[in-house]
Design a protein around this ligand. Structure first.
Ligand code: ZN
Length: 316
């Protein structure tokens, strides 16, 4: 049996100020803060998750906001651009909304689609594309109507230090299909309806530098724990070197660095973000894994307070 991922599960990036991060992804982009927790390996740093109403796989971007951390440089071995998908006819709304926050945008096109490109407050590269596929958002925030709101990821542009090897892993290991080549990009498709179109520049790119404003890793979907075990085996047999299966509280994970330098994760759809709090309450309370609960007071005292708030037209 050949395994195939449905597409992107989540993307994890670095930031600096946690309130600026919340203001950008919740306040400007209108995503829901679905989980407020800590970096399980570094409890003095938040781990913030933004997604749709329930934090569905394919909608989740996560950050480790680390005040005072150094700035990174976008380059090879990273997700270069994170693509969000909006309903058809929504790009003009977003061009105006982003301009209202003083955010510079640029229109580009690839594979016959128009993209609105911009950067977050740390320089992380983002873009919006209109597509029919994918259910409309039912989460509404900041005056963004449902027929304009972000539906989830459209895909990503992977900046590879070795495009041939990255293409090979996407097809031979993750089960994506190459569907086109145009103007310096190769396009691959996964079978899901969002987070499914992956573009790779055909030219190898010089290595970037990790830090604020760069992506740390991209995670791909496994449908359940049983399939996840098969993924680990498949990755190992392909000559890549997966980690052991790690319980991340909201999904199980394995990680491996593919031949083009990008850190890949394979994450399970279950159990999801309602694992430790009700859907209605997602993101309000600082959630800690059981082993950190005895230290809650100390952990909370070390974190800068954050709030999800409506913004009044100024860039965070
Ligand atoms: Zn991850």
């Amino acid at each position: 049996m050949t395994l195939q991922t449905a597409g992107i599960h989540h993307i994890t990036a670095f930031a600096r100020n946690p309130q600026d991060n919340v203001d950008f992804y919740a306040g400007v982009l209108g995503l829901r803060l679905v989980k407020k927790t800590i970096n399980f390996d570094a409890p003095e740093v938040y781990h913030l998750y933004f997604g749709d109403q329930t934090g569905s796989p394919g909608t989740i971007i996560t950050f480790f906001p680390w005040p005072g951390s150094r700035k990174g440089r976008v380059g090879g071995g990273q997700v270069g651009v994170t693509t969000y998908v909006v309903p058809e006819g929504a790009l003009a709304f977003w061009a105006e909304r982003l301009a209202g926050f003083g955010i510079k945008t640029e229109q580009t096109s690839r594979f016959g689609e128009q993209y609105l490109q911009f950067e977050d407050n740390e320089g992380l590269r983002l873009e919006l594309v209109e597509r029919e596929a994918g259910a409309n958002s039912v989460w509404s925030f900041g005056g963004i109507p449902a027929d304009k709101a972000i539906k989830g990821f459209g895909g990503a542009i992977l900046f590879s230090t070795n495009a041939a090897r990255t293409a090979d892993v996407l097809q031979q290991v993750l089960g994506l299909t190459k569907i086109g080549e145009e103007a310096g990009y190769t396009r691959f498709r996964a079978f899901g309806d969002i987070g499914n179109l992956i573009d790779v520049p055909t030219a190898d790119m010089p290595r970037g530098d990790g830090g604020a404003g760069t992506v740390h890793h991209i995670a791909w979907r496994a449908k359940d724990f049983e399939e996840h075990a098969l993924w680990q085996q498949t990755v190992a047999e392909s000559g890549n070197h997966p980690t052991q299966i790690i319980d991340r509280q909201y999904f199980h994970a394995i990680y491996f660095r593919e031949g083009g330098g990008i850190l890949f994760e394979i994450a399970t759809d279950p159990p999801g973000f309602a694992n430790d709090e009700a859907i209605d309450a997602l993101g309000r309370k600082l959630m800690l894994p059981a082993w950190y609960e005895p230290k809650r007071a100390q952990i909370e005292a070390n974190l800068l307070p954050i709030e999800v708030r409506e913004l009044e037209g100024k860039r965070p």
